[in-house]
Write a protein that binds this ligand. Structure first.
Ligand SMILES: [Zn+2]
Length: 69
């Protein structure tokens, strides 16, 4: 697949539905595109920022606790 179809004034983040104005974040990994995203035009693979993408993929920050001894 190519990049998602971006239509100014219409394209919205697939996760939070924010209108996309000047840029978007998209996943380029082939495995992900084939197995995770469903739309050929990429409408579910277009996000407002990397944090929103991480949220959509259930990526999580885990704090590593120092071993206090
Ligand atoms: Zn978003």
């Amino acid at each position: 697949m190519t990049y998602p179809e971006f239509v100014k004034g219409t394209s919205r983040c697939a996760h939070c539905n924010t209108e996309l104005k000047e840029e978007y974040v998209t996943v380029r990994d082939n495995h992900m595109i084939l197995n995770y995203f469903d739309f050929e035009n990429g409408e579910d693979n277009i996000f407002c920022d990397k944090y929103c993408l991480a949220d959509a993929l259930s990526a999580e920050t885990i704090l590593i606790e120092e071993d206090g001894g």
